[in-house]
Design a protein around this ligand. Structure first.
Ligand code: ADP
Ligand code: MG
Length: 263
C-alpha cells in the first residue's frame, strides 16, 4: 500500500536564549494509507515536536516530511491536527464550530454541509448541532473537535493526546467511536498518547520514542487479534498483556538509562 506520510531523516533543534536543544534526531517513519499509528515514549521525548513538524507548524532543522508525496513546509489542508484541548469557540453553534476549518479555507458548500452533518450524526451529535459548546460535556466537545478536523478531509489526522483530559469511561467510549469512524472512512492517523493500553488497543503499529535526543527506539506491529477488535474489546484479546509488558519494559529500560545519565 502507498505511504501517506514519509518522514525522512528528520532532526529538530530548538534554539532559545539558553542555547540549542536537540529535540529529535534522525527520525525515519512511513505511515501507510489507512494505517493507525501510535507514538509513545516518556514525557519530553519529542512526540509533540514530531507532530508539529508533520503538520508544518514547525520547520525541521534537517530532513523532510512528505504528505501524499508533497513536501510539507507550512500548515496544509492535507494535515488535520487535533489537540488535547478542544478550542471550540463559545459564541458559535456546534455546527458552525465543526465547519470552521471549511470556513477558513473558503470550502463551505452543499457537499461540505452534508459531510459535516453526516459526521455530526456519526459521532452522536446530530441532536446538538444548534447548541453551544458550554451545553456539552467534555467528551462531546472532543467529538466536535474531531468532526471539525475530519470535515476538511485531510489525508492524515494527527491526534495529540485527544482523550487525556477525559474521565476513564468517556475515554474508553470515545476510543471505540473514533476507531469506528476512522476505519469506516479509511482514514490514516497518528496518535500521541502516554497511555500504553490505549496505544495497543487502537493501533496497527506502535512507534516507541526514546529521549535525549528523541529517537525511534523500536517499532512494534500489533497482532491481528488485537487490531481486529474494537479498542474496548481489544483489551481482552490474546497477546494484549504480553505486548503491554514488552512496551512497559522499554519504558523501564529508558528510565534506568536516564537515571544513569543523570547520575
Ligand atoms: P513530548 O510531547 O514527547 O512530551 P515535546 O515534543 O513537547 O515532548 O518536547 C521535546 C523536548 O523539546 C522537551 O525536552 C521539551 O522541553 C523541548 N521543547 C519543546 N518545545 C520547546 C521550545 N519551544 N523551546 C525549547 N525546547 C522545547
Ligand atoms: Mg506532548
Amino acid at each position: 500500500m502507498s505511504n501517506v506520510v514519509e518522514v525522512d531523516n528528520l532532526s529538530h533543534v530548538y534554539v532559545n536564549e539558553r542555547g540549542a536543544f536537540l529535540a529529535l534526531e534522525h527520525i525515519r517513519l512511513n505511515v501507510r494509507q489507512g494505517e493507525f499509528l501510535s507514538l509513545i515514549g516518556p514525557s519530553g521525548c519529542g512526540k509533540t515536536t514530531l507532530l508539529s513538524l508533520i503538520s508544518g507548524l514547525l520547520t525541521p532543522s534537517a530532513g523532510t516530511v512528505r504528505v501524499s508525496g508533497e513536501e510539507i513546509k507550512q500548515p496544509s489542508s492535507k494535515v488535520g491536527y487535533m489537540l488535547q484541548q478542544d478550542y471550540l469557540f463559545p459564541w458559535l453553534t456546534i455546527y458552525d464550530n465543526a465547519s470552521i476549518g471549511l470556513e477558513l479555507m473558503a470550502k463551505r458548500n452543499e457537499a461540505s454541509r452534508k459531510l459535516v452533518l453526516e459526521l455530526l450524526e456519526d459521532m452522536g451529535l446530530g441532536d446538538v448541532a444548534d447548541q453551544y459548546p458550554h451545553q456539552l460535556s467534555g467528551g462531546m466537545r472532543q467529538r466536535v473537535a474531531l468532526v471539525r478536523t475530519l470535515a476538511v478531509e485531510p489525508d492524515i489526522l494527527l491526534l495529540d493526546e485527544p482523550f487525556s483530559a477525559l474521565d476513564y469511561q468517556t475515554k474508553l467510549q470515545l476510543e471505540d467511536l473514533v476507531s469506528i469512524t476512522l476505519k469506516s472512512r479509511g482514514k490514516t492517523a497518528i496518535l500521541v498518547t502516554h497511555d500504553i493500553t490505549e496505544a495497543i488497543a487502537m493501533s496497527d503499529r506502535i512507534v516507541v520514542l526514546q529521549p535525549h535526543p528523541g529517537r525511534i527506539l523500536t517499532t512494534v506491529e500489533v497482532p491481528s487479534a488485537i487490531r481486529e477488535a474494537l479498542p474496548l474489546k481489544a483489551r481482552e484479546a490474546g497477546g494484549f498483556h504480553d505486548l503491554f509488558h514488552r512496551l512497559w519494559g522499554y519504558f523501564e529500560e529508558m528510565e534506568t538509562k536516564g537515571g544513569d545519565n543523570r547520575g
